[in-house]
Design a protein around this ligand. Structure first.
Ligand code: HQG
Length: 181
């Protein structure tokens, strides 16, 4: 991604996941914003956007963070929203036996005590592979990967969802389902 695309991607994460109200943008309950409204509101906030640029950023996002609707009129972030911003009805899925969560070593004591909590986000984010988890953990400090006994959780009634970009989501992971390997 070019530097300009990276900056636009960060702007979109901010307004489509966390603070649409900062630029007076409306999201529906599924997280969709009207593209023309986004362009207009962004312009008044000093961020210049246009449809080809948005399409390029959506297509070049390494993690496929955003999606444009089939009719081309709306845009949303596919996951990562702040807890009270939206209520996306993700498709419930049966998880694989194990999923992974990357975090920083300094959080481990607290996680062992409280389990994995969603914090400011709508869900705890999990990945199907350990390498992704390491890079997620590195964002916070010295990384450590936790293995989540996902299928057992599911069998005990916990719900799992998968976002369009493959990220696994669940509301809460009690510490008893976590291990380091
Ligand atoms: C930690 C990025 C203490 C948790 C990534 C994490 C991901 C606890 C941090 C997505 C805790 C929250 C999400 C507890 C959890 N005590 N710390 N009980 N429970 N934590 O950024 O999972 O680039 O909100 O381990 O790739 O790091 O934005 O979540 O370290 O998919 O598209 O609290 O964000 O994607 O941090 O990352 P975050 P995350 P994007």
């Amino acid at each position: 991604m070019s530097k300009q695309h990276d900056q636009v991607s960060k702007f979109l994460s901010f307004v489509l996941r966390h603070q649409p109200q900062a630029i007076g943008l409306m999201l529906d309950s599924e997280g969709w914003a009207d593209i023309n409204q986004l362009i207009t509101r962004a312009a008044s906030a000093g961020q210049s956007l246009n449809i080809p640029l948005l399409q390029l950023v959506v297509d070049s996002s390494d993690k496929k963070r955003f999606a444009i609707s089939d009719d081309g009129l709306r845009i949303r972030a596919v996951q990562g929203h702040s807890s009270r911003q939206v209520d996306i009805q993700y498709q419930e899925r049966i998880p694989p036996e194990s999923l992974y969560h990357g975090t920083a070593t300094r959080f481990i004591d607290s996680i062992n005590h409280h389990g994995l909590v969603a914090g400011n986000r709508q869900y705890v984010h999990l990945s199907a592979d350990e390498l992704t988890a390491i890079s997620v953990g590195q964002r916070h400090g010295k990384p450590v990967v936790l293995m989540v006994n996902a299928l057992l959780m599911y069998q005990q009634g916990f719900k799992f969802y998968q976002a369009d970009n493959g990220v696994w989501l669940t509301a809460y992971v009690p510490a008893e389902f976590l291990s380091t390997n």
